[in-house]
Design a binder for this molecule. Structure first.
Ligand code: R5P
Length: 318
């Protein structure tokens, strides 16, 4: 925090005094947006007051991707911002990294707002890959540093072959929920309990968790549990909403136990298939996600937490 204030004050001082040295420092960082993360990239460029590089991208008739940097980034540090979901965005990121390398960029910092494939973080059965590691190792080939938001598990960071750090958007989500009069936060499974606890502290309310068993990719089962949620405004917080199965079951449970309003909030809103309809028909009163995956529910911005971790972990801005 102190460092961030110092850096910001230094920047303002330099801008106002038109200090040549500082200008040369700050123009060294360029932001390059991937097609999946334009909002986050734009926000980072605004937060740091650094340029967003013009790029050209298109798909060939066979759907292969074409990417081109329209500006010279030679010797400049670049911040490549791209979520690795769905699959095609992984290839886009690899091509962006290669373009930066070919252009002789300085340091290549890769910001992955949502790290796709993170849920296969180990072998669940023989013959399987460790998918998260496979993606991380390829991304590491042309990266000096990686930043991601709310990784499914913290140990995923160890799969990168370069320093990798995470930040959490829970604070930003909780600040949003504070404006909604939430008086109870629920984690839909034990793995999400720390997130719920942190949010409940910020909102200043109670929290609890459910016990979930996953049957298959689309079906989950919840253990019956008495929750103190009668007539309360409840927010269920998770890292990911994918098919919406976990949240839909939790909403039904809460509504059965007399909750007044039930909001669902996540960092990464995948909303695959009929997830939205599932949530609404379960009785959901509001759906909230960040913009790590841009969608109609991206009401919370992820850039602030990314900028904080960048300021903490890099010297590039100093
Ligand atoms: C699982 O451990 C995750 O934290 C989420 O609970 C899960 O990915 C949500 O998936 P779905 O929306 O398909 O139930």
């Amino acid at each position: 925090m102190f460092l961030s204030i110092c850096v910001k004050s230094f920047k303002i001082f330099c801008e106002t005094t038109k200090n040549t040295f500082s200008i040369s420092v700050f123009i060294k960082m360029y932001v390059i947006a991937g097609s999946a993360s334009k909002a986050v990239a734009e926000d980072l460029s605004n937060i740091f007051k650094v340029p967003l590089v013009n790029t050209i991208s298109k798909r060939f008739p066979d759907d292969e991707y074409y990417f081109r940097l329209e500006e010279d980034v030679s010797g400049k540090n670049v911040l490549l911002v791209q979520t690795t979901f769905p699959d095609k965005n992984i290839v886009e990121l690899l091509l962006m990294q290669d373009a930066a390398r070919e252009a002789n960029a300085g340091k290549i910092i890769v910001v992955i707002p949502y790290f796709g494939y993170s849920r296969q973080d180990k072998k669940f059965g023989p013959g399987e890959p460790i998918s998260a590691r496979a993606v991380a190792e390829h991304v590491s080939l042309h990266a000096d540093l990686v930043i991601t938001v709310d990784p499914h598990k913290e140990h995923l960071l160890d799969f990168f072959k370069v320093p990798a750090y995470s930040c959490s958007a829970v604070t930003e989500i909780a600040e949003y929920l504070k404006t909604k009069g939430i008086d109870f936060v629920l984690a839909p499974d034990k793995g999400a309990i720390d997130r719920a606890k942190k949010a409940s502290k910020i909102i200043n309310c109670e929290y609890d968790y459910l016990e979930k068993t996953r049957i298959d990719g689309t079906t989950v089962k919840l253990q019956p549990k008495n929750l103190d949620t009668h007539n309360k405004n409840v927010a269920i917080i998770d890292d990911i909403i994918s098919t919406g199965g976990t949240m839909a079951q939790s909403i039904k449970e809460l509504k059965n136990q007399g909750a007044r309003n039930v909001l669902v909030a996540c960092t990464h809103g995948l909303f695959v298939g009929d997830a939205k309809e599932k949530l609404i028909s379960a009785g959901c009163d509001e759906i909230i996600s960040t913009d790590t995956i841009e969608n109609e529910f991206s009401k919370v911005k992820a850039a602030e937490c990314i900028s904080n971790v960048l300021l903490k972990k890099t010297k590039i801005f100093q």
